[in-house]
Design a protein around this ligand. Structure first.
Ligand code: AR6
Length: 168
């Protein structure tokens, strides 16, 4: 399994089987990642999401990708930092549950944004530590996934993830 770190837009990852949405509990469009994904996917995505909502912090659900170039969108509800506790366990559960869904669907590639680090206020370095360590812990259980890509929005975010992978 290869862990890639890139700077980019989660809604523009055409070579990935699935992209992960940093969703809200109602699985509606919103700002940030959710806004970008729903805009690119078109209204069919929100329609497919409606009967699956609400979801709980740490939970993940899978839908089709509609007008996105991917096969699936996996929607995760990250913890609101300081409110949904324990935040680190709930954030780790997002990554674990998304990876489990990807495996169940025999996907070979998945791209994640830095869940909870925008509107939900999770400090970036701490979130990077949870994301990278959870992905590394799950590696042994992955049969189908070959590529896990973290798509970071800014250079600063990308560097925080690089530091985690380098163990610094
Ligand atoms: N591609 C990759 N990363 C992005 C993109 C993008 N297009 N846009 C923003 N980011 P957020 P959350 C980064 O707020 O904290 C929504 O309104 C962003 O800089 O999207 O889990 C939902 O409706 C940040 O580092 O997700 C929820 O209500 C990270 O992605 C709520 O926000 C996550 O930012 C979810 O909050």
């Amino acid at each position: 399994m290869k862990l890639e770190l890139i700077r980019g837009d989660i809604a523009n990852q055409p070579d990935m089987d699935a992209i992960v949405n940093a969703a809200n509990a109602q699985l509606r469009t919103g700002g940030g990642v959710a806004g970008a994904i729903h805009r690119a996917a078109g209204p069919g995505l929100e329609e497919e999401c409606r009967p699956l909502a609400p979801i709980q912090p740490g939970q993940a659900v899978i839908t089709g990708a509609h007008q996105l170039p991917n096969k699936y969108v996996i929607h995760c509800l990250g913890p609101v930092y300081g409110r949904d506790k324990p935040s680190d366990k709930l954030l780790a559960a997002c990554y674990k549950n998304a990876l489990k869904l990807a495996e169940e669907h025999r996907l070979r590639s998945i791209a994640f944004p830095a869940i909870s680090t925008g509107v939900f206020g999770y400090p970036l370095d701490d979130a990077a530590e949870v994301a990278v360590s959870t992905i590394q812990e799950m590696t042994g259980t992955l049969e189908h996934l070959e590529t896990i890509r973290m798509v970071l929005f800014s250079e600063r975010d990308l560097q925080a993830f690089h530091r985690q992978v380098a163990g610094k």
